[in-house]
Design a protein around this ligand. Structure first.
Ligand code: ATP
Ligand code: LTN
Length: 334
C-alpha cells in the first residue's frame, strides 16, 4: 500500500521518569506493532514533561533515554518517525492557538489535571498543567492523525482533542482530521504491584509500584515476590473478584505470548508462590532483548541524536503544512 493511503498513527511519551512495564504494555508494544501497517510518528514530549518542574540535566538525560527505549523496544526509524517535541516548534505554536479556543471548564474537568493538581497547593499548580491537553491536541492534530495508541488514562484527552478539532473545523472549515484513541483491552490499564486499585505509575510514591524497563533481574524478582495478591489461592483472571492476580496474569500473558486461559490451566491447583516465581522469569526474559539493545545504543548517543534530528526534520515538514493552513484561516499574515 502507498504511504499516503495508510492510516496515520501518532503517540507520545513524557521523559519524566523511569518508563515501566505499564508504559511498555499499554503503549510502546502497540507502537512496534503499528509501525508495519501504518504511517506512524512517535514523539518524546519534553514540553509536556515541564508542566511539573524538572531538573534540566535530568530532563535531557531522560529525553535521550526514552528515545533509546523506543529504539530498543523495536521501533525502527526506517518505518516510523521518532522525534523530540521541542525540536518541532509547530507543536507549541498550535498548542497556543488551541488554548485560545478551549473553554476553561473543559480543561478543569480532565481527570489527570484533577489528580495531579490535588497533589499540590493551589500556588504550586502551574498553568501549563491545566493547559496540558491543548498541547496534546496540537501534537495529534498537526499530523492529521487517525489513531492514537495510548493507555486508558489518556482516553479522555483524545476525546477532548476530537471536540477541539470539531469546533475548529465548524468555525473555520475542514482543517483537522478527527482522531480516535486505540486501546488494547488487556493492557490499557496495568495496575500497580503495590496496589491493584491504582494504575502502575512513574510518579508513584513507592519504588515497589512498578517494574522499570531497565530494572535488573534481581530487582524484578524482588518486586514480583512482594507484589500484593488477593485472598484465596487460585490463579485466575477475574478483574472484580481478584484484581491483583488478574493484573499479574495479564502481565504474564503479554510477556509470554500465551493466552490467559492457557495460564489459568497451567497453574490450576498451584499456589501464588509458584506462579510468581515463573512470572518473574517470564518478565526477566521478556525484557532481556530490550535491555541488551539499550546497552548497545547507550554507547552511541551521537547515532541516536542523528536519528532524532532526521525525525524532527521530517515531522517539521509535515506539521508545517497544517500550521500554515491554520494561520491562514485565522487571519495571520504569512
Ligand atoms: P505516570 O505513569 O507517571 O502517570 P503518564 O501516564 O502520565 O505517567 P507517560 O509516560 O507519558 O505518562 O505515558 C506514556 C504512555 O503509557 C501513555 O500512553 C499512557 O497512557 C501509558 N500508560 C501509563 N501508565 C500506564 C498503565 N499503568 N497501564 C497502561 N498504560 C499506561
Ligand atoms: N499525555 C500523554 C503524553 C502525550 C501524548 C501526546 C500521547 C502527549 N502528547 C499525543 C498521545 C498523543 C501522557 O501523559 N501519557
Amino acid at each position: 500500500m502507498e504511504k499516503s493511503k495508510k492510516q496515520t498513527v501518532f503517540s507520545g511519551i513524557q521523559p519524566s521518569g523511569n518508563l515501566h512495564i505499564g508504559n511498555y504494555l499499554g503503549a510502546i508494544k502497540q507502537f512496534v506493532r503499528l509501525q508495519d501497517e501504518t504511517d506512524a510518528l512517535f514523539c518524546i514530549v519534553d514540553e509536556h514533561a515541564i508542566t511539573v518542574p524538572q531538573d534540566p540535566r535530568i530532563l535531557r538525560e531522560k529525553t535521550l533515554e526514552v528515545a533509546m527505549l523506543y529504539l530498543a523496544a523495536g521501533i525502527d526509524p526506517k518505518k516510523a518517525v521518532i522525534f523530540i517535541q521541542s525540536q518541532v516548534p509547530a507543536h507549541a505554536e498550535l498548542g497556543w492557538i488551541l488554548n485560545t479556543m478551549t473553554p476553561l471548564g473543559e480543561l478543569e474537568r480532565m481527570t489527570q489535571f484533577k489528580d495531579k493538581s490535588a497533589k499540590s497547593s493551589k500556588a504550586g499548580i502551574l498553568a501549563g498543567l491545566l493547559n496540558y491537553p491543548t498541547l496534546m491536541a496540537a501534537d495529534i492534530l498537526l499530523y492529521q492523525t487517525d489513531l492514537v495508541p495510548v493507555g486508558k488514562d489518556q482516553k479522555q484527552h483524545v476525546e477532548l482533542t476530537r471536540s477541539i478539532a470539531e469546533r475548529f473545523n465548524n468555525r473555520f472549515g475542514q482543517t483537522f482530521k478527527l482522531p480516535k484513541e486505540l486501546l488494547n483491552k488487556q493492557t490499557a490499564r496495568i495496575m500497580g504491584l503495590d496496589n491493584a486499585e491504582k494504575k502502575m505509575s512513574k510518579s508513584a510514591e513507592s519504588k515497589n509500584n512498578h517494574i522499570a524497563l531497565l530494572d535488573t533481574p534481581d530487582e524484578i524478582r524482588r518486586k514480583i515476590k512482594i507484589a500484593v495478591t488477593d485472598s484465596g489461592s487460585e490463579i485466575k483472571y477475574a478483574l472484580k473478584e481478584k484484581p491483583a492476580i488478574s493484573n499479574l496474569v495479564a502481565i504474564y500473558s503479554e510477556f509470554s505470548d500465551k493466552p490467559i486461559s492457557d495460564i489459568e490451566k497451567m497453574y490450576f491447583g498451584k499456589g501464588y508462590g509458584d506462579f510468581k516465581k515463573d512470572l518473574a522469569e517470564v518478565v526477566v526474559e521478556g525484557l532481556k532483548p530490550l535491555q541488551e539493545k539499550f546497552k548497545t545504543l547507550e554507547k552511541d548517543p551521537e547515532g541516536v541524536l542523528k536519528i532524532l534530528r532526521a525525525g524532527a526534520k521530517e515531522a517539521a515538514e509535515r506539521a508545517g503544512r497544517t500550521i500554515k493552513d491554520v494561520k491562514k484561516k485565522l487571519g495571520f499574515v504569512l
